[in-house]
Ligand binder design. Structure first.
Ligand SMILES: *Cc1c(COP(=O)(O)O)cnc(C)c1O
Length: 383
């Protein structure tokens, strides 16, 4: 890390970290190459780096992806786009696309920072043309079509009309048309239906204007299940970070987790049979037990619903987490005999511990949420 550590400076040593998220750039590159092998050489790969690259650090992830030829990046909104663009990590990105439908007040920011703007409706189109004209600049836009996700985008029946308006708007440049799948991890027919609608519409447009436009649709699920959806560009997110979008995707790539969260053992004690631990006293020692306290809790992203259900790895051995997860610490049952010492590292999830997927299943969520929940308090270490 290049930022200045708080509490560091002339002659002052910063405190040793107690909770860290190791981010393995080799695993990220490995996963990206597997995706490239899967989709072949034709489609571009847009690196999806929204939500601070699913918690991994947007600057480090984007810079690493750029070293292997990725020049398109997708983020959630204008704020994330500006952060990436002005952060200095990218040398020369071909494009940064913000997926969110912008507020009118954002349009000027898209122009100033040269970010691709998602367009979903004619009011935004008109406002964008006026603002771009007033600045005597060209705004890059990508049309979002809602083929069934039901979140953002123009209804397919209105898309041709919007595209016609775009043709007449002198200060707007159409850089792409895209859609998003609602259920692409499942092999069912809905993805095929969405794709058919999208292809019908884009070919009607391309035929009408006698030129092609960049068309894209495939998220990680569709990269695994729907080769016909790869088109001109694919948009992997979760696969880059080493997880599959769902447990049941028929095709599995040999992706590796990019993040491992580790926290130190900060206290060990022995308790008598019947001693209770933590808030609400939900666990009591069945016999004499050794208990380790570990420096991570729900404020670090270790969900409170995991209380009493998860396992952590210490020195290669699994130990059950016991009692209620607190804000800053968890407790682990070391049993009666153990070789754990204060200062040892516990792996909460990652390549040596339970996977984020396994932990997520216990918590009733998906790996995406577990990764994004690792809070800013957890120091990212790039290895
Ligand atoms: C998040 C997102 C993706 C990536 O989804 P994954 O399931 O993580 O691959 C692709 N496209 C859009 C529009 C998204 O919002």
């Amino acid at each position: 890390m290049t930022e200045k550590e708080p509490g560091s400076g002339a002659g002052i040593t910063p405190p040793e970290n107690m909770t860290e998220a190791l981010v393995c750039i080799d695993h990220l590159l490995w996963n990206t190459r597997l995706i490239r092998k899967q989709v072949g050489e034709t489609p571009r790969i847009m690196g999806i780096v929204k939500a601070n690259a699913y918690g991994h650090n947007v600057h480090k992830v984007s810079a690493a992806l750029e070293t292997i030829g990725i020049t398109d990046f997708g983020v959630a909104n204008i704020h994330e786009a500006i952060e990436l663009k002005t952060g200095g990590a990218l040398k020369n990105p071909a494009s940064i696309l913000a997926f969110s439908s912008p507020l009118t007040s954002h349009i000027e920011c898209f122009l100033q920072h040269d970010i691709d703007m998602t367009l979903c409706d004619s009011e935004t189109l008109q406002a964008a043309e006026e603002i771009a004209a007033a600045h005597n600049k060209t705004l890059s836009v990508q049309l979002k079509v809602d083929t069934g996700m039901g979140r953002l985008g123009t209804h397919p029946s209105m898309a041709m009309e919007l595209l016609r308006c775009m043709e007449n708007a002198e200060h707007l440049q159409l850089k792409g048309i895209y859609t998003h799948f609602a259920d692409s991890s499942s092999p069912g027919g809905f993805t095929a239906q969405q794709l058919a609608e999208f292809k019908r519409l884009t070919s009607e447009y391309e035929h009408a204007v006698s030129r092609t436009v960049c068309k894209h649709a495939a998220n990680s699920g569709a990269i695994l299940t729907a080769p016909g959806s790869w088109l001109d560009m694919v948009r992997p997110g979760i696969l880059l970070y080493g997880y599959h979008p769902a447990k049941h995707t028929p095709l599995r790539l040999e992706v590796k987790p990019v993040m491992q969260v580790e926290a130190k053992v900060i206290f060990i004690k022995t308790v008598e049979a019947g001693t209770t631990l933590s808030y609400n006293r939900t666990w009591s020692a069945p016999t004499l037990r050794s208990i380790a306290t570990i420096a991570a809790g729900y404020a670090d992203g270790y969900a409170r619903v995991l209380s009493g259900k998860a396992t952590v790895m210490i020195n290669g051995k699994p130990y059950p987490q016991v009692g209620t997860v607190t804000m800053d610490q968890i407790m682990v049952d070391l049993g009666t005999e153990h070789d754990v010492k204060k200062g040892d590292r516990a792996t909460l999830f990652g390549w040596d511990g339970p996977s984020a997927e396994a932990l997520s299943e216990i918590a009733g969520t998906i790996s995406y949420e577990t990764l994004c929940s690792v809070s800013s308090r957890v120091k990212r270490i790039f290895i």
